[in-house]
Design a protein around this ligand. Structure first.
Ligand code: C2O
Ligand code: CU
Length: 501
């Protein structure tokens, strides 16, 4: 119960729970410059530049079932599988993606990490109207930067269903140097196991009343906190209290360890791993048994190649790594950080014969050198030109589990003042985490630089940690900054970044 005491600390001045939700954005927008909710209308068609390659894709968001090693669960996905279909283009291409919404709910698509034109960013009430059931919406944008990305809805807690898929933007000048590529999407899974993500959020918010009543929800942990994660704190270093929800399953590419995906290549080959954390409430430690990995990219941008046994990956982060494969069958494990319910995600890397590792395989690399992504150094090419900031802004993460109320700059989204910037400025955001939990802070439409110069769009902030993050205001519009724990975001931990004249 020690964790509950620590988690219950209320630091920062939140009075009431702030499930403001994204839909209220336009109605409360400070500058009054954008259209009121419901007034965005159909997207204005844009044309590719002459000579630009156009990549066209259709996605249907719909109810589907997912087979978790023999347990069939109902969920929502893109197409027929979880993750949805890989979307791939080359840097500079024009993407035209039609979303057909066959869900019983409104939805949107957010292209996570892409520095795209604001109207295609997928934030309802801020950049578009939500896409109603039985209607479709066309997203058109140029993807300027190569890298590993993903896409997901920006409505409520839909991300915690099966609505996510990888998005890879290839580098036309890719030096290559690898023989194979494996794309690995990590997830924490609860949907269809007796409760939906919406019900999880409802119960977390009800924690406000002090009743803590999560009992009776099938598929959730039935401990004292009734499904809310508490414990395993000591394993969670350096992240303190890392997550709120106890998940029955952890998946790699939609599959649990009892029915893992087999990744194939030849012994001696170099494989490029592209690892995406699409989980809603879980930081993972990733390791490949019997191997060291060389991290080459973080959130799409190149880093000084760094060898490690394992690394942490927060929700919304992506890392690319190069591995030279040994001969045999090896567990690729993503172990949740600080989750009381245990379990892990696993795939099998196979280059030769030999028995597949068991689902509970625990490679010793997991307890070797575990790299913290923000310690990486940027590759020269990824650095922002050196320049003094023209403006500064404050970003303070506040909130608590009890009541379940999260905010930025002392108030939940909808009640906090947007950050502002002028086009052309270098903005320094002084971010501080004043809570006892770790939060992955994500900025839309821009890739910021940490003091080391490391480029990120999502950065894990440990309890009481501060970062000065710099961004170049070169992409006009209204953008979100938020915690990529989807329950925290919906609990109020979001703020707007607005361009002003
Ligand atoms: Cu991946 Cu605003 O989110
Ligand atoms: Cu958070």
């Amino acid at each position: 119960m020690g964790s509950i005491t620590r988690r219950g600390l209320l630091i920062g001045g939140l009075g009431t729970a702030g499930a403001a939700g994204l839909g209220t954005y336009a109605a409360t927008k400070g500058s009054g410059a954008s259209a009121p909710k419901g007034a965005f209308g159909a997207p204005t068609p844009v044309s590719p530049d002459p000579g630009q390659t156009v990549v066209t894709k259709s996605l249907t968001a719909k109810p589907i079932t997912l087979d978790l090693a023999g347990r069939t669960v109902s969920t929502w996905g893109y197409g027929d599988a979880v993750p949805g279909p890989l979307l791939r283009a080359t840097a500079g291409d024009f993407l035209r993606v039609t979303l057909d919404n066959q869900l019983p709910d409104e939805t949107t698509i957010h292209w996570h990490g892409i520095r795209l034109r604001n109207p295609a960013d997928g934030v309802p009430g801020m950049t578009q109207d939500p896409v109603k059931p039985e209607t479709s919406y066309v997203y058109e944008f140029t993807a300027p930067d190569p890298g590993t990305y993903f896409f997901h809805p920006h409505v409520g807690v839909q991300l915690d269903r099966g609505l996510y898929a990888p998005l890879i933007i290839d580098d036309p000048n890719e030096p290559g140097g690898y023989d194979a590529e494996w794309v690995l999407v990590l997830d924490d899974w609860i949907d269809g196991t007796g409760t939906t993500p919406e019900q999880v959020l409802e119960k977390l918010l009800a924690n406000d009343s002090g009743s803590g009543g999560m009992g009776g929800m099938g598929g959730m942990d039935h401990g004292e906190m009734g499904g809310m994660n508490h414990g395993a704190m000591d394993e969670a270093e350096p992240w303190g209290d890392a997550g709120d929800v106890t998940y029955p399953h952890f998946l790699i590419n939609g599959r649990p360890p009892a029915d893992p995906e087999t990744l194939r290549a030849k012994a001696g080959q170099k494989v490029r791993l592209r690892i995406i954390n699409a989980a809603s409430d879980t930081i993972f430690t990733v390791a490949l048994g019997g191997h060291r990995m060389t991290i080459t990219h973080s959130d799409g941008f190149p880093v000084e190649p760094t060898e490690t046994d394992a690394f942490y990956i927060g929700m919304g982060e992506r890392y690319d790594a190069i591995v030279t494969l040994g001969d045999g069958a090896f567990p690729l494990v993503a172990k949740p950080v600080g989750k009381a319910g245990g379990g892990q995600a696993m795939a099998v890397a196979r280059t030769g014969s030999g028995a597949a590792p068991g689902g509970d395989a625990s490679p010793r690399e997991l307890t070797g050198r575990v790299l913290i992504g923000s310690d990486l150094r940027p590759a020269q090419a990824a650095k922002l030109p050196s320049r003094r900031p023209d403006a500064t802004a404050r970003l303070t993460l506040t909130g608590s589990m009890q009541p379940y109320a999260w905010g930025m700059n002392g108030a939940p989204f909808g009640k906090n003042e947007p950050l502002t910037v002028r086009a052309g400025q270098r903005l320094r955001i002084n971010a501080t985490n004043m809570t006892m939990m770790t939060h992955p802070v994500h900025v839309h439409g821009h890739t910021f630089a940490l003091p080391s110069g490391l480029r990120k769009d999502t950065v894990l902030m440990a309890p009481m940690q501060s970062f000065a993050i710099d961004l170049d205001a070169d992409n006009e519009g209204d953008w979100m900054i938020h915690c990529h724990n989807i329950y925290h975001a919906e609990g109020g931990m979001m703020i707007a970044l607005e361009y002003i004249a």
